[in-house]
Each structure stands twice: as C-alpha cells, then as structure tokens.
Design a binder for this molecule. Structure first.
Ligand SMILES: Nc1ncnc2c1ncn2[C@@H]1O[C@H](COP(=O)(O)OP(=O)(O)OP(=O)(O)O)[C@@H](O)[C@H]1O
Length: 584
C-alpha cells in the first residue's frame, strides 16, 4: 500500500528536490554577488552596484525561504517513509506463524530500539534529499574558493576530520542505545502501566503509584546514565573534529587577507572568501548532521533487517502436508517436553496424551500447571523441545502453520480488545465473513453474548474503545463475551480452544455458556471431527467433558471422564469435592 503511495508522490519528490537544490546553490552564489557588489561600490559605479545588491537580495531570499518550501513538499514523502517503516516493523513482529521470537530478550531489545527509531526514517529521508543539495553547494563553493587561491581547497578537506569524528560519535551513542534497551523497555512498561486507564483503579487500591513512579525514575536514570556517558564521549570527539576545521577557517581567511595586502587580490575577493568560508563551516556542520541522520536511519534499517532475518531463519521452511479436511483419529502428544525459548527449565515434561477426534477435553490443574502452555503447543505457536504433536498421525510442524491456524477457533485467556466496530471485533474470528452480520449474530448467540450488541447504542456498527472520542467502552465481561463470539465464528475448525474464556462471567453464565458451547462443539465434531479443548478452574463446568486431563507441574497426573475420576482418590476427586463443598 505504502509502495503505491510512494509511486504516486514522484512529482512531489521532484519538486522537493528542485526547490532544495535551488536553495542550496543560492548560498555560494550569494557570496559571489556580495563580492561583486563591494567591487562595484569601491569602483563608484552606482548602477551596477545596485544591480549586484538586488541580485544578492534575491539570492538571500532564496537561501532563506526555498528550504521551507522544499520541506513542505517532502513532508508527505517522509510520512510515507515512516508508515513504510512501521508496516515493516508490524510484519517483523507478527508476520510469522510462530511466536518464539517474542520470548527472546535480544529480539525484545531490538524491537524497543526500533519502535523509538521509527522517526529516524523520516529524518533519514530528509537527510538524503538535503545531502544532494549539499553536494552541489560544496562543489560550487570549492570552485569559487579555488578561483581565489587553490590553497583554499584545503578548507573542505579540513571538513573530513569532523565528519569522521561525527561518525564515530554516532556509533558510540548507537551502541549505548542498544546496551540500555532493557532498562528503557522496563521503564516504558512501567510508564504505560502508570498511565493506563485500565490499571488506574487497581493502582489506587494497591497504593503503588509512588512506588511505580520511583521505579520508573530509577530505570530511566539507569538508562540515561549509560546514554549520558556515551553522549559525553561523543561530544568531546565531535568538538575535537570541529576544532580542526575552525583552525583551517582562520588560516584561510588570513591567507586571502595577506593576498589582498600584497595586491594579488581585491577587496571583493576578501568578501567572497570570508562569506564562503563561513558557509563551508555551515556546510560541514550540516554534512555531519546529515551523515548522522543517515547513519541512524541506516542503523534502524539494518536492525530491522537483522530482526526480520532472525525471525525468518528461525521459521522452518514451509512444509507441504496440509491439515486434513476432517479429523479421523484425533490429536496426539507423543513424549512432548517443552521449555520456553530463552529458558532452560521445561514446563512440560514427556507428556503423552491422546485427544480423540470429536471429543471435548477439559484441562484442569493449579495455577502454573501448564494448561495454557499445552494449549499454545496445540496451536503450534511453539515447537516442542522434544517429542511430537500428531494430527491424525502427521506431525503438526510438518504442516504449514498458517493453514493449521486457519482451522483453529480459539478464545484465549489474554483475549484481545479490538478497538473496531462491534461487528468487526467479532467478525475477525473468521476473516472472510467479517462483514456478515448474520454470521456475527449467530456466533454471539452461540457464545450466549447476543445481548452485548443490543446494549450498544448503534448495535453491531458501534465503534468500540476509548481511543475514539465516541467509542463505547465495555465492561470486562462484555469484552470477554465479544471475544467468545469471535471464538465461535469459524464453522469447520479442527481444534476448538477455550482457555478460561469465562473468567469474567458468573458461574451460572459460565454454565449456560458451556452448555451452548458443547452443542456447537458437537455440531462441529460431527462435521469435521474437531477436538474441543477447554481450560477452566470450575469443576462444575468441566464435568460434562468427554475427557478430563489433570495437569500438575507440566505433567499429566490423571485423565478420564468425570465419573471415573471423581470415584477415584486422585487430585481430581479431592479438588472437585473441595469445590463442591465451597459452592454448596
Ligand atoms: N512466556 C513464558 N516464558 C517463560 N515461562 C513461561 C511463559 N509462560 C508461562 N511460563 C511458565 O510455564 C509454566 C506453566 O504456565 P501456564 O501459563 O501454562 O500455566 P497454567 O496452568 O495455564 O496456569 P493458570 O491457571 O495460572 O493460567 C509456569 O511455570 C509459567 O511460569
């Protein structure tokens, strides 16, 4: 999309370049016009002096104004550059089927820096365009200086040390930025938490605002200390580079003054050299800044490419075996062991489990037992560290993950609050039918959530979310109901997942929901043999599942139906008796 816009703004780019080139070239010409004017004044030719004065005036106006118009013209292009960068960043973050890369600290660090560096693309592009004008201005300046005294050509040469110093300084600061990414990221997280309306109530009740502010301050201080030290080193090196040029400038001016005193040059030449030498100084400063901007933009781009390459190389080549149209035997975990990327301790250990086609399977267990991890492995978000997950006997990771995802209907514990219209927020559960109101209504009906639409001022068309002035904010339970509706959108999934989908609902609503859901799952099972996996802490909810799997510390400790497990003496019998007593 951004690429098309790039093409359509070619005319604007050409205009920007032309204006900026004219503005840049006008500066050395202004020096020549001023020299000419002084010569005519000294020679007493009033008419020619006036003409030279007007020329100098016009050139001065061009120098002062054309840059601003150029800026206007490439403003839009810079916007597109930033948009393009953001789109690439989104692609790198969430364009791959697996999510392993989100677990790695170095990936998170690179993303933190990239989110902050996004604007560098804009300045980088401006620097590129300005650089062109600068090259022309420097060339013209050099020619005018050489015509006065070839030794003056050393002035632009003296510009090299500040340039090199600038490059070194920028690299130093960039390294510091990477080294301080972790405290910066942690500080940003705290900042978002401390300013988020969602957290406002809980923060007040816990009374942790001051503590958050203090921690945020400490993290920033840590990050700033690292950056400050690098900035200090960079400033000294930059100043040393500039000093070399300053000495050359003074030498150049003295040289032409000496030439004039000896009668080899006129007073006009002295004026030209003084003005031009000042401009060279300016040009050098601009060149250093432009180079830094370009270097930063190139650094941001390189980092983006590296992160993109890391994500792509960690993704296995797209396999050819497609998911079956219908499950015949079911899904099987064979000796599955799993540790989250970047960690050593397995949170799933040698799990063998068969989820028969068409069955409703409930996962139960204490917090941290591994229920959500098992769900994520079934969704193929991560690869098992050892063992395999088989779909009708075929390794899940031998299938294109995108196609497997397209056959999953899922409601997650950390569901997304899409700030779209209510219709779309549910409809994205089955993208091809995102605009179908009957499909959305049917899905919400299955999720016992049709009432949410009726409560909204504009029904399905209501804009959701606080980011919009007229956006409707929903209660936690209402958001969850929409998420449930989303999970019911797909009609022929092979895997249906509800990971604690009803935590914001009252027990009765949860019970009704699961009744309805079981009917839906039954229909899906008849059509596709799909397996339904439910995670719930409420035993009253899971008792009707065909298979109940009890997890403890990343292992299956028992499995069976409610009657069998409740009659036994294992943890299920114990816990369900405990809950039955607690809820009467
Ligand atoms: N992204 C992660 N990186 C590293 N470890 C993780 C990650 N997510 C979960 N874990 C660890 O994996 C273990 C199992 O967590 P999981 O979320 O699967 O438990 P759960 O049974 O779903 O718990 P709950 O009932 O609290 O939702 C826990 O010890 C947790 O600390």
């Amino acid at each position: 999309m951004a690429t098309t816009a790039w093409r359509t703004s070619r005319g604007r780019t050409a205009l920007a370049v032309a204006l900026m080139v004219a503005g840049a070239v006008a500066a050395p010409l202004l020096a020549a016009a001023l020299g000419w004017m002084v010569v005519e004044i000294v020679s007493g030719d009033g008419g020619r002096a006036a003409l030279a004065g007007v020329t100098a005036g016009v050139l001065a106006v061009m120098v002062l104004t054309l840059g601003h118009f150029a800026h206007l013209a490439y403003y839009e292009i810079a916007e597109l550059a930033e948009l393009d960068f953001d789109e690439r960043l989104i692609e790198v973050s969430n364009g791959s089927p697996g999510i392993e890369h989100h677990e790695l600290a170095e990936h998170a660090d690179a993303l933190t820096v990239l989110r902050q560096e996004g604007r560098q693309f804009r300045t980088g592009l401006e620097a590129l365009l300005n650089g062109l004008g600068l090259v022309l201005a420097v060339t013209l300046t050099a020619a005018l200086l050489a015509a006065r005294n070839p030794v003056l050509l050393l002035l632009p040469v003296a510009a090299v040390p500040p340039l090199l110093a600038g490059r070194w300084a920028e690299r130093t600061v960039d390294r510091a930025r990477t080294a301080t990414a972790e405290p910066t990221r942690a500080a940003l997280n705290l900042f978002h938490l401390a300013t988020s309306p969602r957290a406002a109530g809980e923060l007040r009740v816990c009374g942790v605002q001051d503590e958050l502010r203090a921690r945020h301050g400490r993290l920033w201080a840590t990050a700033t200390r690292g950056l400050w030290r690098a900035q200090l080193r960079a400033t000294w090196v930059r100043a040393a580079g500039q000093l070399v040029f300053a000495l050359a400038y003074v030498g150049g001016v003295l040289l032409v003054v000496q030439d004039a005193a000896d009668g080899r040059r006129g007073v006009g030449d002295v004026v030209v050299v003084i003005v031009l030498a000042g401009q060279v100084n300016q040009q050098v400063a601009t060149a250093v800044t432009l180079l830094q901007d370009l270097q930063r933009a190139a650094g941001a781009y390189r980092r983006l490419a590296e992160v993109g390459a890391a994500v792509t190389s960690s993704a296995a080549p797209t396999p050819r075996t497609r998911p079956p149209r219908r499950l015949r035997t079911g899904i099987e975990l064979a000796g599955v062991t799993f540790a989250y990327p970047g960690t050593d301790a397995p949170v799933m250990r040698e799990v063998d489990l068969r989820l028969p086609a068409g069955a409703t399977v409930a996962l139960v267990g204490e917090n941290g037992a591994g229920k959500s991890t098992l769900v994520k492995l079934l969704c193929g978000f991560y690869r098992p560290s050892a063992g395999r997950i088989l779909v009708d006997g075929t390794d899940l990771h031998a299938m294109p993950l995108g196609e497997w995802h397209a056959r999953i209907a899922a409601g997650f514990q950390d569901f997304v609050r899409y700030e779209l219209s209510a219709q779309e927020a549910v409809g994205v559960g089955d993208l091809p039918r995102v605009r179908s109101e009957p499909a959305v209504r049917a899905a919400l009906d299955r999720a016992q959530a049709a009432g949410v639409l009726d409560d909204l001022a504009d029904g399905a068309r209501t804009q959701l979310g606080k980011s919009f002035a007229d956006g409707a904010e929903l209660s936690g339970g209402q958001w969850q109901k929409l998420a449930l509706g989303r999970a019911m959108m797909r009609e022929a999934p092979l895997l249906l997942v509800l990971d604690e989908p009803a935590s914001a609902l009252d027990p009765e609503a949860e019970h009704d929901l699961f009744q309805r859901y079981a009917e839906h799952a039954g229909r899906v099972a008849a059509r596709t043999g799909g397996v339904t996996v439910l995670v719930s802490h409420r035993f009253s909810t899971v008792r009707s599942a065909d298979l109940i799997v009890v997890l403890e510390d990343g292992q299956v400790v028992e499995s069976g139906d409610h009657a069998t497990l409740a009659a036994g003496s294992g943890p299920y019998a114990e816990l369900s008796a405990l809950q039955a007593r607690a809820y009467g």
